[in-house]
Design a protein around this ligand. Sequence first.
Ligand code: MN
Length: 300
Amino acid sequence: MHCMRSSLLFLTLHRLQRWCNPKLLLDAGAAEKRKTISLASCLGTCWFSTRSRAGRVVVVGDVHGCSDELKDLLEASQFHPSLDELVFVGDLIGKGPSPEEVVRIARKYSAKAVQGNHEYNLLQWRKRGGILPDPEGRIKERYAATVKGLEEDEWDWLESLPLKLQLDLPQSPLPVMVVHAGLVPGVSIEQQEPENLVNLRSFDHEGRASKQYDAGGGGWARHWRGPMQVIFGHDARRGLQREPFAIGLDTGAVYGDELTALLLPKNLDRSLAHLEPQHFAQVRARRAYAQKSDDLKSTQ
Ligand SMILES: [Mn+2]
């Protein structure tokens, strides 16, 4: 079918070019013929390659201002802005070198995103007046400096981001939600605390939610059994997590490890537990922009 379409397109282009160029009608010399064929083949190939695959939802893990790595990942994913939808799991900014550029790339491609703890904390701090030193001690001077280049409409865009987002995957057997950090089992999605949506990592021995990695009761995703499937970030220490109902995508790009994306066909008809290697894309960070050990001592 595609071959037939490509042939028809080639013939149409070939005739169109001959019709537009009287010289070709008079003198269809070999060189001109080659030019025509190569133009038609090129256009046919571009048309063929974009029409021959279904659109995807490309869900990107924690970028943390690593714009070079984001560009590398989009290239490695063969991201196509008019076919694919781009989604971020939050923490686009904070820690890394180019938060403004990451926000600009996201907006350029009309990306969807949820707020991470970095967006959430910075927006709360701005609402408190953006004063340094921060009276609540959540925002460090060095940290605030990383976002000084954001324009007002970029802050507005960050402010517009939700804390949870359902992906448009109509054939998925279960709904797929994106949150930055995690969800507490047994609590409806509407009743989840914002603090947990942006900070949760683990449970303690008593089953209480914790923002710490090492709280004693393991990562939250291990305990999650639906009803929806969840894609999240925020846990570079655990790295790529593949649990039956949740996938964690923070693979520590800002620490010099990897930036990861999920490539989900829009007609995905299987659960996230049954994704295959072609549904993942990953690039190595060009360098480490922050020290993992320092950051993990804090809760950011
Ligand atoms: Mn985070």
